[in-house]
Design a binder for this molecule. Structure first.
Ligand code: KPL
Length: 309
């Protein structure tokens, strides 16, 4: 059955399920787009099981693998892995009609560029979220940290950015207009470049990385290196970024980073789009990012080892 939605969440992973449940629960017309029809049917039948603040509830959410069923959607909220971006945008197009927008809150650098290779810039928003979530099974998610969203329109379409902020706030998610999308994307990339591979390689939840002296020194060094490349690439990176990343480790202390979750589940990680992309951006400027290069090689080694098992 075809029925228009305000927000179409794309990707039923941890972040997609969390946001689809929060939006749907608040009465915003919400859909969830999955590429897997059998899983979509399962989620539609049972709803999303949301664990939040020690309570568990089932939230009915319409889920389908057919994007046209949600047309016309005002906004597609992209929560697929960075390596699936282009395919997911193509899959979403039938829901968007001529005017629907896309907001990416994905991890990694370069997602905005990948999306605007397909959809006109005026319809694309980008930003970051501090939300943490753990996928416990199909359509079953546990919130692992409240989200604060910074988003903006690199093309200057503030009407569309404000509309997206309105939807998120309507779902009780704190959201603000970013002064500079480049700055917020780099800030998040620096956080992810340090926390994600270190937690994935050690198997430790985020909080432990700031507790042990040796790991904290490594964490700080990766932050410094990534921040330097960010600055050389034109982003404003705050002076206190090292302390800020340690604070994020503590605030999301129990959370297993998304890269640790991916590696543990035998999924491909986003290392190429985080540390790998920082290395490429450094090299494009004649610079080096040896720690990011080493972490990229190690995580890719772990990915390869999983295929041998
Ligand atoms: O974004 C995250 C992730 O896991 O990908 C952090 C902020 C590190 C929270 O776990």
């Amino acid at each position: 059955m075809s029925e228009a939605v305000d927000v179409l969440v794309v990707g039923p992973g941890a972040m997609g399920c969390l946001h689809a449940a929060l939006l749907a629960e608040s009465g915003i017309r919400t859909g969830l787009l999955d590429h897997d029809a059998a899983r979509a049917q399962h989620i539609s039948e049972r709803g999303i099981t949301l664990e939040r603040a020690g309570q568990e509830r089932a939230v009915p959410v319409r889920c389908s693998a057919d994007a046209a069923e949600f047309a016309p959607a005002r906004l597609a909220l992209l929560f697929v892995k960075a390596y699936d971006t282009e395919e997911a945008v193509q899959h979403t197009l039938p829901a968007l009609g001529d005017d629907g927008g896309i907001l990416t809150l994905q991890n990694g650098l370069g997602n905005y560029e990948r999306i605007t290779g397909i959809v006109p810039e005026v319809r694309v928003l980008a930003g970051t979220t501090t939300a943490g979530a753990t996928l416990l099974g199909e359509g079953h998610v546990r919130e692992a940290g409240r989200g604060f969203v910074h988003l903006g329109s690199p093309s200057g379409n503030f009407r569309r950015a404000r509309e997206a902020i309105g939807f998120l706030r309507g779902a009780g998610i704190e959201a603000e207009l970013a002064q500079s999308v480049t700055d917020v994307l780099w800030a998040k990339a620096i956080v992810n470049a340090a926390i994600n591979p270190l937690s994935a390689l050690t198997g430790l939840p985020n909080g432990r990385l700031a507790e042990s002296e040796g790991l904290r020194a490594l964490l700080d060094a990766v932050v410094e290196e990534a921040a330097n490349i960010g600055r050389m690439s034109g982003a404003f990176v705050q002076e206190g970024i090292v302390n800020a990343v340690q604070a994020i480790c503590r605030e999301t202390g129990e959370n297993r980073s998304s890269m640790l979750q991916d590696l543990s589940a035998g999924r491909r990680t986003e290392i190429d789009f985080i540390n790998g992309e920082i290395v490429r951006r450094a090299e494009a400027r004649g610079l080096k990012a040896p720690l990011c290069a080493m972490l990229t090689a190690l995580v890719k080694g772990r990915e390869e080892a999983a295929t041998l098992a």
